[in-house]
Design a protein around this ligand. Structure first.
Ligand SMILES: Cc1ncc(COP(=O)(O)O)c(C=O)c1O
Ligand SMILES: N[C@@H](CCSC[C@H](N)C(=O)O)C(=O)O
Length: 431
């Protein structure tokens, strides 16, 4: 499958980035002694190659031409003089290792600016701080438990009105958007029910109704390997860097990206004010992970396709957008480059699902996904336990749902392990 994507927005991005850089520099000079602020982390170069090449190709400007970006493990930066301040003063405001990562992310996410923060939840929190009391948010009725919890917090404590609706239904979004809507939050595929939402159609309908409303896409499930929501009309895309970008479950991170540099500056101001920028070491580690994203992701996705076919052949109800039987198959195929490596399936029997999860050997019982190791979980007791059971029931959340997050192991070993776990748990397997 070709991973090339037309980049017709690039020349305009380049002009915008240069103009914005100019603006920030002139502001710094006129700011009557205000501390320096780093140049916006817009891409240094623009994508010219397929995504797997771009992912591994980073551009440094290190004085010794080091192949790996140095870790600037420092809180402060000394200034030449009071009249000649440098780009960096304090790591909360900016750090060269973080800037390097952010520029690379901006390039691979087709963004004008990217920002790296301490977790995926922090990324959503930074975006949510753009909202005012009384404003409205539309979000899915199937979304990651932590995002649901943050939206609930905003509703209870900050006076934000939140509508949870079926965002796979564009008409339902059109009916709910009103003059007070300031944010539409989408996941596609959703976590954990793998529902597909037509991002372009929702973004167009939302912007037609309320031009200033931000369409925000959580792209954690797809990563830039499979989807660039900014190219589909989203205003902001964010993802948990803890997952595919890192790939090894050894760090927490979140990334945000925008095309509009003014919006990017507003998000940067929140990050600087609240101090949630990613640390130098974690920025370095995340960049290291990103370089192998293409090979990991391709193997994980190929494995997932085989496992989905195996489950389907045994008549399980499988949720995976790589299967033509998935109701969102056509929309997903239109807006992304592949089905990803997370899938769910049902047994319609909670104790049986629990026994399957507890009987695997190779599949680790763990939350999260995107890791090189394969993981199995029961969302109702793990990643989505923070959603009130009553609320889960109202949304018809299947408690017996098992989620598989596929790693890079040998696919036959993974299938054999699942099969053995199913037999041990008492599933009658088709011969
Ligand atoms: C879809 C999705 N979005 C956001 C997050 C939050 O990311 P983090 O755990 O890095 O805060 C998660 C998982 O935690 C997730 O699954
Ligand atoms: N105890 C955590 C659960 C994290 S779930 C992580 C990941 N998004 C997943 O879907 O597995 C919490 O309460 O946030």
């Amino acid at each position: 499958m070709s991973r090339d994507i037309p980049l017709n927005t690039v020349p305009c991005l380049r002009r915008k980035a240069a103009a914005f850089q100019q603006l920030v520099m002139s502001q710094n000079q006129n700011d009557n002694g205000a501390p320096p602020s780093p140049a916006p982390s817009s891409p240094r170069s623009f994508p010219q190659y397929a995504v797997d090449t771009e992912i591994v190709t980073t551009e440094g400007n290190d004085q010794y031409r080091s192949s790996s970006v140095p870790i600037y493990q420092t809180a402060t930066f000394k200034q030449e003089s009071l009249s000649n301040m440098g780009e960096y003063d304090y790591t909360r405001s900016g750090n060269p290792t973080r800037s390097h990562l952010e520029r690379h992310l901006a390039k691979i996410m087709h963004a004008g600016r990217a920002l790296a923060v301490s977790s995926g939840m922090t990324a959503l929190d930074v975006i949510a701080r753009l909202l005012q009391p009384g404003e409205e948010v539309i979000a899915g009725d199937d979304l990651y438990g932590g995002s649901n919890r943050l939206l609930k917090y905003l509703r209870v404590n900050q006076g934000i009105i939140v509508h949870h609706i079926d965002t796979t239904d564009v008409d339902a979004v059109k009916k709910t958007v009103n003059s007070k809507t300031r944010m539409v939050l989408l996941e596609s595929p959703t976590n954990p029910l793998i529902k597909i939402c037509d991002i372009e159609a929702v973004a167009t309908a939302t912007h037609e109704a309320v031009p200033e409303c931000l369409v925000v896409v959580d792209n954690t499930m797809m990563s830039p390997m499979n989807m660039r929501p900014l190219d589909l009309g989203a205003d902001i895309t964010y993802e948990s860097g803890t997952k595919f970008l890192c790939g090894h479950h050894d760090l927490m991170a979140g990334v945000l990206a925008v095309k509009d540099l003014v919006l990017g500056e507003r998000l940067f101001q929140v990050i600087n004010a609240s101090g949630c920028g990613l640390s130098p070491f974690d920025s370095w580690l995340l960049l290291r992970g990103i370089k192998t994203l293409a090979v990991r992701f391709e193997k994980q996705q190929n494995n997932a396709e085989r496992i989905a076919a195996f489950l389907k052949s045994h008549n399980f109800e499988v949720y995976y957008p790589g299967l033509e039987s998935h109701p969102g198959y056509n929309v997903h195929t239109k807006q992304s480059l592949g089905p990803g490596a997370v899938l769910s399936f049902r047994t319609h029997d909670l104790p049986l699902s629990e026994r399957i999860v507890e009987s695997t050997k190779l599949w680790g019982i763990s939350v999260s996904f995107g890791c090189v190791n394969s993981l199995i979980s029961l969302p109702c007791k793990m990643s989505h336990a923070s959603i009130d059971p009553k609320e889960r029931a109202e949304r018809d959340f299947p408690e017996d749902l098992i989620r598989l997050c596929v790693g890079i192991e040998n696919p036959q070993d993974l299938i054999d392990d699942l099969l053995a776990a199913m037999v041990k748990a008492g599933v009658e397997m088709k011969k």
